[in-house]
Write a protein that binds this ligand. Structure first.
Ligand SMILES: Nc1ncnc2c1ncn2[C@@H]1O[C@H](COP(=O)(O)OP(=O)(O)O)[C@@H](O)[C@H]1O
Ligand SMILES: [Mg+2]
Length: 353
């Protein structure tokens, strides 16, 4: 692997000096740098379309933030210089390039570290931190549905499900989430024998009745926003006893309309308590080492305060997060500002994050 050499350009040094000077001069409501905050982005064209909307770019420009496209095929050190690198591209080689860049350019904030992102691309590991956290306070409890990983041998499924004591129905999800449509093809199984027709590696997860409403919690640094979406309807005991087989899910998660205007049962549709979500987001930010993600959360039907996290996505479609332009641009500015706070208080040699 090619090593990226650390060479700080004169321009960059000058920029940093200007920034420190501005900080010391007091007040940093406006762009920190002479040229503003430069955000390099490496995103798929689909992501660029949904995220980098003219409204975002316009607002960013007013706040002194400039988005610059990264050319994946040229050395990163030759581009920029960047204050922040925003990325969501796949591939081992690209991950290595970013990791090397992080090592050699500690002054640049890479959103987010590639290793941390990897964890949420695997459904076995993605919910582990939520399970370990075991969050329970006066506002409610947050857990994960019980689940089982099947690496291979579909014939072993019925036995494995019995041994683990998993309750039917079960949701079967491909183990790895790689952005492909196939990795989001989910099935609902009413009996464990039918699962043998599916192809491992899989996660088998208990289906939790939740009244057909799901909460998407968007996290951008310290900011969170919750939106309601329609989800799968409950499965009744009767339905379970009279049905067998495995059924492909409709693409609920992307097709689901906003449930905000709908006339919903208040016991189900009431948003989860804000303090609980704040705490959950704060803990997960720290444990996962991520600043850009969202959570799919459901409230167990018949309860008021029993919640389950069923999915975590890195750098989700922020286009659907209300006011994301303001939240995102403020977040980008806050990153640069906190960097200078650290810099002013600490020896210059220390890596800045
Ligand atoms: N354990 C579960 N209990 C109830 N519904 C679930 C469960 N897991 C998934 N679902 C439903 O399936 C949808 C998609 O599942 P999810 O794990 O979010 O996969 P994806 O990666 O495709 O978004 C969810 O939005 C929810 O409607
Ligand atoms: Mg989801």
């Amino acid at each position: 692997m090619r090593l990226l050499e650390e060479t700080q350009s004169e321009e960059e040094e000058e920029r940093e000096e200007t920034m420190v000077a501005q900080k010391l001069g007091g007040g940093f409501t406006q762009p920190m740098t002479k040229g503003g905050v430069v955000v390099g982005y490496a995103l798929t064209s689909k992501k660029i379309k949904s995220f980098l909307q003219p409204k975002l770019e316009g607002l960013a420009r007013n706040k002194g933030i400039l988005f610059v496209a990264i050319d994946q095929h040229r050395p990163l050190s030759d581009q920029g210089p960047f204050d922040i690198v925003l990325h969501k591209l796949s591939g081992k080689e690209w991950r290595q390039i970013l990791e090397d860049y992080r090592q050699t350019h500690p002054e640049v904030t890479v959103l987010d570290p590639p290793d941390a992102i990897q964890q949420v691309y695997n459904r076995q590991f993605m919910l582990q931190e939520v399970a370990d956290l075991n969050l329970s306070d006066a506002y409610g409890t947050v857990g994960v549905p019980r689940q089982l990983v099947i690496k291979k041998d579909p014939a072993s499924i019925p036995d494995a499900v019995n041994k683990a004591g998993l309750r039917l129905p079960l949701v079967a999800k491909p183990l790895v989430v790689d952005g492909s449509a196939k990795s989001h093809e989910l099935s609902l199984a009413y009996d464990q024998y039918s699962l043998q027709i599916l192809e491992p590696p899989l996660v088998l997860q208990e289906f939790v009745n939740h009244g057909g409403v799901l909460f998407k919690v968007y996290v951008v640094g310290e900011a969170i926003k919750v939106v309601r979406r329609f989800s799968l309807p409950d499965v009744s005991k009767r339905e379970l006893s009279t049905n067998a087989g495995v059924f492909r899910f409709p693409r609920v998660s992307c097709a689901a309309a906003s449930a905000d205007d709908a006339d919903l049962d208040p016991g189900i549709a009431e948003l989860p308590p804000r303090p609980l979500l704040e705490r959950l987001a704060r803990e997960l930010r720290r444990r996962l080492g991520l600043r850009l993600f969202n959570l799919d959360i459901i409230r167990e039907h018949g309860t008021r305060d029993r919640f389950y996290v069923i999915d975590i996505n890195y750098f989700p479609g922020y286009g659907k997060m209300p006011e994301y332009e303001h939240i995102f641009t403020d977040f980008l500015l806050s990153l640069v500002q906190s960097k200078y706070k650290k810099r002013v208080g600490k020896p210059v040699e220390e890596p800045l994050r």
